[in-house]
Ligand binder design. Structure first.
Ligand code: UT7
Length: 342
């Protein structure tokens, strides 16, 4: 049975920087740089322009990951696309990226494209799926994408400030490849608790209703703001995030037969710097063993961990031979951890 390792990483964020002050100045939101930094650590985020979807952000990230892996795009056997902000309700962005990568042209195989809708844990669900497929021997190179365009669906008014000040756009890609070397994704542990499905959600429609979106007398769909934008019980999410991230990391280490001291680099999901500091303090993880980008990019949901990995590799902070722990928690609730020998 081959091992499954991450052969290449890449990321892309759109060029437009939106600072906390810009939320006040450009959108008239009653907030402040001090409030957002103190509660979340976020200083700025990126917003994509109109006309740009998650698969557009994913394309340069995917091309970079392919290049870094020393592969050709024709080597990729499958795309797993993790996002909570897909371009359409259906189909998913995986097929869009497949087409943008030129994988529908003559001479190419029509590789499968799978979309995963597991929010902040999406990338770790995707990484686990890719690892299982590669280890089974069925596929050699699986591209795992985390990409989000949040800026189109944020309530950028004072009413929506609790949620809208947190999120940003971006994409990260990891390619999971087969190897006979003694390295790679050692184990993963995933979890979910559907009792909290409504605690952090963006409903938009309700498929139990007839029709699923209310219509006016002219047949035009009407979506009220409370349905259109994400809603969150922030305090409840905060508390559960700390508990679950601690537990899933400890469980993954226990299952792998290692201790936290054995881990060289911790990549936490970037929802709130304070959450990650709590987790680090509880587990006595030194700051120099963690990487963060929430200060610059906000919460990019499924993209946070693959962007962290790509940035850490690019800067030289992440090197072959290191033991990496990736940990996530988010809407669902869903959570996960993966341990990787880089
Ligand atoms: O990746 C998805 C997972 N999401 C998370 O992990 C998020 C977890 N939760 C959090 O990070 C925090 O709950 C928040 C940062 C979202 C909010 O911080 P909080 O300390 O829990 O604030 P709160 O929601 O209890 O609100 C406290 C006050 C409220 O005002 P009143 O009612 O006390 O007058 C809010 O309206 O802060 C107000 N507030 C803001 N004020 C200025 C909320 N958002 C803002 C804002 N600027 N952006």
């Amino acid at each position: 049975m081959p091992n499954a390792y991450i052969s290449g990483t890449g990321y892309y964020v759109p060029p437009r920087v939106v600072t906390n002050d810009d939320l006040v100045k450009d959108y008239g939101i009653d907030t402040s740089h001090e409030w957002i930094v103190k509660r979340t650590g976020i200083e700025a985020r990126r917003y994509a322009e109109k006309g740009v979807g998650p698969s557009d952000l994913a394309l340069p990230a995917a091309e970079k990951a392919i290049e870094n892996a020393g592969l050709d795009k024709s080597d990729i056997d499958m795309i797993i696309f993790c996002t909570l902000s897909p371009t359409y309700a259906f189909p998913g962005d995986g097929v869009m990226l497949q087409e943008k990568l030129g994988r529908c042209e003559d001479g190419h195989r029509f590789i499968p494209a799978l979309d995963i809708r597991n929010q902040c844990s999406g990338f770790l669900y995707g990484l686990s799926t890719a690892t299982a497929m590669v280890k089974s021997g069925a596929l050699k190179h699986v591209m795992v994408v985390g990409a989000e365009v949040h800026s189109a669906a944020l309530d950028l008014t004072t009413r929506g400030r609790t949620v809208s000040s947190l999120f940003g756009d971006g994409a990260g890609v990891s390619i999971v490849s087969a190897t006979e070397e003694d390295r790679g994704v050692r184990n993963w542990h995933l979890g979910a608790d559907g009792r909290f499905a409504d605690v952090l959600c963006q409903r938009v429609w309700d498929m139990r209703e007839r029709p699923f979106i209310p219509q006016d007398e002219n047949g035009v769909g009407q979506v009220k703001p409370e349905m259109m934008f994400a809603e969150m019980n922030g305090r409840l999410v905060f508390k559960h995030a700390i508990e679950r991230m601690v537990a899933v990391l400890m469980t993954a280490c226990w299952e792998a037969g290692i201790t936290l001291e054995d881990v060289d680099l911790f990549c936490f999901h970037q929802a709130n710097l304070r959450i990650n500091q709590y987790v680090s303090d509880m587990l006595k993880i030194p700051a120099e063993k963690t990487v963060h980008n929430i200060q610059r990019f906000g919460n990019t949901t499924a993209a946070t961990i693959p962007i962290l990995l790509a940035e850490a590799e690019e800067s030289g902070k992440l090197k072959p031979g290191m033991k990496v722990a990736c940990i996530a928690f988010g809407s669902g609730f869903t959570w996960g951890a993966a341990l990787i020998d880089w």
